[in-house]
Write a protein that binds this ligand. Structure first.
Ligand code: DGP
Length: 237
C-alpha cells in the first residue's frame, strides 16, 4: 500500500491553549511543506453545528442524550471529508481541533450520569486518528489564565470531571496501542503510542516545541496502513 498522510487530533481541556496550539502546528506543517486541512469539532457552520452552537450558548435547551447524538452526527457528517482528504492523490494531512474523545469526556461528566459506553457508542467506526495529542491543564492553572469563558461547560467542577474522563480515555487508548490492536497498528508498530499527553500548563512556545518534536518525524514518515475505524475492535460493532 502506498504511504498516506496522517490524521492528527488535538484534544484538550478548556483553557489548555488547544486552539492556539492547533493553529501553530498548522502553520508549522504548512511551512514544512505538508499541505494540511484544518478541521474543528464541533463544526458550527453546518445545520447540525448551528443547533450545537445555540445549545452551547444556552440559547436553546436539549435533552443530554439528544445533544450528545447531535455532536456525534456533526462528526459523522464530516467523516467522509476526513477520509477523502487523507486519500487525496496529492497528500493532505488532516489536523483536527477536538474529536470524538471530547464527545465522551463532556457528556459522561454531566450530572445526568450517562454511562461511558453509551457516550462512546455513536462514534464507534469514525475515521481513527493516527495520533491524538491531549493537552492537559489543571483547573488551578486554567483559573490563573483568567478562568473559563461563558459557554455551558466552562465551569470548574465540570472541567475537573472532564479531565478525569479524558484520563480514562487516554489510559484505554494507550493500553490498546500497547496491545497492538488493529486500529492502532501503524504507529504502535513503531513503538509510538497513539495517545500522547502533553503538559499544557507551560509557556506556549515550550508546548508548541514539544508538539512539533513529536509530530514532525511522524508526518515525514506517513502511514502505510489503511485509515483505521475508531474503537471498532472493542466488540462494539
Ligand atoms: P470549543 O469550540 O472547542 O470551545 O468546544 C465547545 C464546547 O463543546 C467545549 O466546552 C467542549 C464541548 N464539546 C466538544 N465536543 C463535544 C461533544 O462531542 N459532546 C459534548 N457534550 N460536548 C462537546
Amino acid at each position: 500500500m502506498p504511504k498516506r498522510t496522517l490524521f492528527i487530533v488535538i484534544e484538550g481541556l478548556d483553557r489548555s491553549g488547544k486552539t492556539t496550539q492547533t493553529a501553530i502546528l498548522h502553520e508549522r506543517l504548512v511551512a514544512a511543506g505538508h499541505d494540511t486541512k484544518l478541521m474543528k469539532f464541533p463544526d458550527r457552520t453546518t445545520a447540525i453545528g448551528k443547533m450545537i452552537d445555540s445549545y452551547l450558548k444556552s440559547e436553546s435547551e436539549l435533552d443530554d442524550h439528544a445533544i450528545h447524538l447531535l455532536f456525534s452526527a456533526n462528526r459523522w457528517e464530516l467523516a467522509s471529508t476526513i477520509t477523502q482528504t487523507l486519500l487525496h492523490p496529492s497528500p493532505i494531512t488532516v489536523l483536527c481541533d477536538r474529536y470524538a474523545f471530547s464527545g465522551i469526556a463532556f457528556t459522561a461528566s454531566k450530572p445526568a450520569d450517562i454511562p461511558f459506553e453509551w457516550c462512546r457508542a455513536p462514534d464507534v467506526g469514525l475515521p481513527a486518528p493516527d495520533l491524538t495529542i491531549f493537552l492537559d491543564i489543571s483547573p488551578e492553572t486554567a483559573k490563573e489564565r483568567g478562568g473559563y469563558g461563558e459557554e455551558r461547560y466552562e465551569k470548574e467542577e465540570m472541567q475537573r470531571k472532564v479531565r478525569a474522563v479524558f484520563g480514562r480515555i487516554g489510559g484505554e487508548m494507550i493500553a490498546s496501542s500497547e496491545r497492538g490492536d488493529e486500529e492502532h497498528a501503524s504507529l504502535a508498530q513503531g513503538g509510538r503510542g497513539r495517545w500522547v499527553m502533553i503538559d499544557a500548563g507551560r509557556e506556549c512556545e515550550e508546548v508548541a516545541k514539544e508538539i512539533w518534536t513529536l509530530v514532525e518525524p511522524l508526518v515525514k514518515e506517513g502511514a502505510d496502513t489503511p485509515i483505521g475505524k475508531l474503537w471498532i475492535d472493542k466488540g462494539l460493532k
